[in-house]
Write a protein that binds this ligand. Structure first.
Ligand code: MG
Length: 235
């Protein structure tokens, strides 16, 4: 029996809107701290703390919220008040409670992709948060497998392929993040497609050195994926 090839799909900012909601929350946070720090200072402090805290808290809203609280304490030199901390917590809770908004064309395109590929949703982040979004997305039935991973690195992708008995040359990953969805997959010898989103978290920007000698298709929209894959796998 010949298995269909496997298409790995990132979720946040590939299938549904995510970073834009964080950007809005961060805007409110900048506003809250404006008596103490400039917007640039708030952004820099927060990104630095988020990076430090990935090892402790992982990715996602809870990690973002705890990093905001820590940044607020640092930038106000401990003078932030409880009602202001409470405001930060409310912003985080609103992010968690926000309904899932699929990106345009995703539902129809998944239907087409599922005819030619086994679809594997591969997302990183807080498991509770990610599983809730997956369940509320209304698209879970399209997926052959769903994986919420701690980190998207070559080791994780290699382990997933082994676990699901997928050969490297039968796997293509698609996502909005070059460091998470593209480079680690190409390093394994599999294929990857980049679909940039209109806004990207600072931590997910690839540095120029990591892109030297690496070539991968870049699409404007998720809806262009079936045509690209048809050309690739019919060849
Ligand atoms: Mg993403």
């Amino acid at each position: 029996m010949v298995h269909r090839p496997v298409l790995g799909l990132d979720a946040d900012d590939t299938l549904w809107e995510n970073q834009a909601h964080f950007d809005t929350a961060q805007g409110a946070f900048r506003q809250l701290l404006s008596p103490w720090a400039t917007g640039e200072q708030v952004d820099a402090s927060l990104l630095s703390l988020e990076r430090t805290n990935i090892g402790r808290y992982g990715y996602g809203v809870k990690s973002f919220t705890l990093s905001c609280v820590e940044a607020a304490i640092n930038l106000t030199e401990g003078t932030i008040e409880a009602h202001q901390i409470s405001q930060i917590l409310s912003t985080g809770q609103a992010l968690i409670d926000h309904p899932v908004e699929l990106l345009p064309t995703v539902a129809d395109t998944l239907h087409l992709l599922g005819e030619s590929h086994r679809l594997m949703l591969i997302t990183k982040g807080d498991p509770t948060d990610q599983h809730r979004k997956i369940l509320n997305s209304g698209i879970v039935d399209h997926f052959w497998a769903v994986e919420v991973v701690r980190e998207k690195d070559p080791h994780t992708y290699g382990a997933l392929l082994q676990q699901h008995r997928v050969e490297v040359d039968q796997f293509t990953m698609v996502g909005n993040s070059v460091p998470s969805d593209v480079l680690p997959v190409i390093s394994l010898g599999a294929q990857a497609v980049h679909i940039p989103h209109h806004t990207t978290w600072g931590h997910e920007h690839a540095d120029d050195a990591s892109l030297v000698g690496v070539d991968f298709p870049v699409l404007d929209s998720f809806s262009e994926l079936p045509a690209l894959l048809a050309g690739r796998f019919l060849a």
